[in-house]
Design a protein around this ligand. Sequence first.
Ligand SMILES: Nc1ncnc2c1ncn2[C@@H]1O[C@H](COP(=O)(O)OP(=O)(O)OP(=O)(O)O)[C@@H](O)[C@H]1O
Ligand SMILES: [Mg+2]
Length: 270
Amino acid sequence: MTDTILQATHLKKEFGGVIAVNNVSFDVLRGEIFAVIGPNGAGKTTLFNLISGAYTPTTGEIRFAGKPLDRARPHTRTKLGMARTFQNLRLFNNMSVLENVMVGRHARSRYGILEAALRLPTATREENAIRDAAMQCVARVGLAERANELVGNLSFGGQRLVEIARAVATEPKLLLLDEPGAGLTRHEVEGLDTLIHDLRRDGMTVILVEHNMELVMGIADRVMVLDYGQKIAEGTPPQIQQNKRVIAAYLGEEPFPALRMEAHDDATSS
Ligand SMILES: Nc1ncnc2c1ncn2[C@@H]1O[C@H](COP(=O)(O)OP(=O)(O)OP(=O)(O)O)[C@@H](O)[C@H]1O
Ligand SMILES: [Mg+2]
């Protein structure tokens, strides 16, 4: 039995003259929380776009559960068990929190929306099942009391949680989170930390792109570092924090400031 859920080999994505992802290979193990970090423009979102099927690699291969994904479209990858959130939120602002999450649930239902409309009695049952399942996902991210509010009324942090709920509603085996902590309050980040742990406990594998180093270093089993499209390091959080190449890649910025300040206070992320 292989424990590798995702395997990327010599992945490359070129846009005109820019090589956004340059010969990157890595394995993600089943049940792992695998973080991808790197300075702005390092290629993290492009990597997610390659994994989710939004982009086709210039060269290289991605295998999911042992099978090459080739040119599988994003919705095919959803059905195979992959889901993602977006760095720039993609919610329907004229819809409620629950309805936004139901969209995710529809993506895995047997019937498309049109088909469901043509088969009303079944569709109604199907729709109720979708609503119930979506509601569970809404509750899971702590938004049960706001399920019927327009999503646009929620804080930025709340909207990020709706994106996660929508991805979780597809029941993924592999969940890709693109900067879920961006713009969240400290309290919200703590909730996010707990949520990611819970999802993993339920059997999900998580790939996390994130700039909040305290969150990353507290939660990741392994961290891969990209810089100018290339993989410059991979290892456990302590290995990465001491890696000179990684520190240099952040160009004199203090890459792990929160960690340094709170090095004495390990209890915060438990
Ligand atoms: N569709 C595109 N067309 C042209 N260039 C692109 C495209 N998408 C990304 N790039 C370029 O590829 C490089 C990597 O961008 P990417 O968005 O993947 O970085 P990132 O690591 O996610 O950065 P950030 O931390 O700011 O989100 C950048 O130079 C970017 O300008
Ligand atoms: Mg990005």
